[in-house]
Design a protein around this ligand. Structure first.
Ligand code: PRP
Length: 194
């Protein structure tokens, strides 16, 4: 073992590994309230299902549904991209958990935490269209357009962000940092030293 090279795995530091806060708790709270109000107005009188994509969208879904003032049903899918790396998506998507109920004839709003390349949603949109929903719309908390590979029509958007690796409020690196209450930028050393 050369001198200076640690011989034990790096221990994650939940707060210390974050270089800075990109979007604060308050900014998230205010924007989610606005999105909830807009969705409530737009879908007034319609049968709406919020379909969240685990795991990253869990906090956003939990907050958004409580900011919506019309009756909604919820459903959850879990998908995972595979064949890529910890920071790069491959476009190959595996369904780990499917819908629990039929969306045939329902208005469906997909609730996502982030659209990066767009490959995950591109797959999901085609999959869900095959289930014959009455309408299919997209709500994402974050949009990172610099990395887009396929065009995705976003109906409700929280924030457009620069091409930085972000964690927190559901977003992970190596399955950690999801429980940070804000969106932070990860220290590059964390993923370059992995
Ligand atoms: C993240 C995120 C989106 C997808 C966006 O999910 O929640 O679903 O990546 O990336 P894309 O636009 O490049 O496809 P991930 O596969 O990391 O799973 P997770 O939600 O469990 O963290």
């Amino acid at each position: 073992m050369p001198r200076g090279v640690p011989d034990v795995p790096r221990v994650p530091d939940l707060v210390g590994d974050v270089a800075g806060i990109l979007i604060s708790e308050q900014q998230i709270r205010e924007r989610v309230a606005e999105l909830g109000a807009q969705v409530s107005t737009d879908f007034e009188g319609r049968e709406l299902t919020l379909m969240s994509v685990l795991k990253g969208s869990l906090p956003f879904m939990a907050d958004l549904m409580r900011a919506i003032t019309i009756p909604v049903q919820i459903d959850l899918m879990e998908v995972s991209s595979y064949g890529g790396t910890a920071t790069e998506s491959s476009g190959l998507v595996r369904i780990l958990k499917d819908l629990s109920s039929s969306i045939d004839g329902k208005h469906v709003l997909i609730v996502e935490d982030i659209i990066d390349t767009g490959l995950t949603l591109n797959y999901l949109i085609r999959y869900l269209r095959g289930k014959n929903p009455r309408s299919l719309h997209i709500c994402t908390l974050l949009d990172k357009p610099a990395r887009r590979l396929v065009d995705i029509p976003i109906d409700y958007l929280g924030f457009t962000i620069p091409d930085q690796f972000v964690v927190g409020y559901g977003l992970d690196y190596g399955e950690l940092y999801r429980n940070l209450p804000f969106i932070g930028v990860l220290q590059p050393e964390v993923y370059t030293s992995a």
